[in-house]
Design a protein around this ligand. Structure first.
Ligand code: MG
Ligand code: ZN
Length: 232
């Protein structure tokens, strides 16, 4: 009997991921129709995803890019309240209402995009739920997947949570202004990211001080353009 239960569980997980894939296709179609691109920001709680958006969005807006945000958190509107200062359209997903799931699936992203349908947006950021594990499992339909890791988290995290580093094209190392005080080994962290994903592009920034934000902004603009061309 035990074995049977095990098989059923496996089947359920497969079904959920299959269904998610189908919905991600719908997300992509919706983005294509509106000529929008989407970037999925993932990373552990406190790595600085919101702080990064606070710094980055005004920079991108000054380049005449119209930005929108899909915010995911288990509880509180805290991050959306911070970002609303930037005067961008935001759809907030409280996963508390969906069983407190620790990631955003394509189903809720699709719902958020429907809410934002009539907003003026070229580029949409998803701030995923703070978590290094299952957001990597769920395709949100975003064209770009990015992981944020701060120097305070420990250099071995890419080795401990390889999947998220494997599935992202960019790793943003945040809080480089704290390298000295916490005694972080930046080279080892980069080495470990490359061990898991040799083709990962790495940016070293401080969202707080604004250090090194320029190359990241340039990359995002470029990637936004590429993603628009790719689908033509
Ligand atoms: Mg946040
Ligand atoms: Zn999860």
């Amino acid at each position: 009997m035990k074995r049977r239960v095990g098989k059923m569980e496996i089947k359920i997980v497969r079904d959920v991921l299959e269904k998610n894939k189908e919905l991600a296709v719908q997300v992509r179609a919706r983005l294509r129709k509106k000529n929008r691109t989407m970037f999925n920001l993932m990373g552990s709680p406190g790595c600085g995803k919101t702080a990064l958006l606070e710094k980055l969005i005004p920079m991108l807006k000054s380049d005449e890019l119209r930005i929108g945000v899909i915010e995911g958190d288990v509880a509180t509107l805290n991050d959306s309240l911070r970002l609303q200062e930037l005067d961008v359209p935001i759809a907030h997903i409280s996963t508390e209402r969906f069983g407190s799931t620790c990631h955003l699936g394509a189903n809720v992203v699709l719902g958020a995009l429907e809410l934002l349908e009539d907003e003026n947006m070229d580029l949409v950021f998803i701030e995923n739920v703070g978590n290094l594990i299952c957001p990597a499992e769920y395709d949100t339909g975003a064209g770009g997947n990015i992981v944020v890791i701060s120097v305070t988290e420990g250099e071995d995290k890419p080795l401990k949570y390889p999947q998220i580093f494997h599935k992202t094209e960019v790793a943003i190392i945040n809080k480089i202004d704290l390298v000295e005080p916490v005694g972080a080994d930046l080279n080892l962290l980069k080495e470990n990211i490359r061990k898991v994903n040799p083709s990962s592009k790495i940016f070293e920034i401080s969202a707080r001080s604004g250090e090194n934000m320029e190359p990241l902004r340039e990359w995002l603009q470029e990637r936004h353009g590429e993603l628009l061309i790719d689908r033509k």
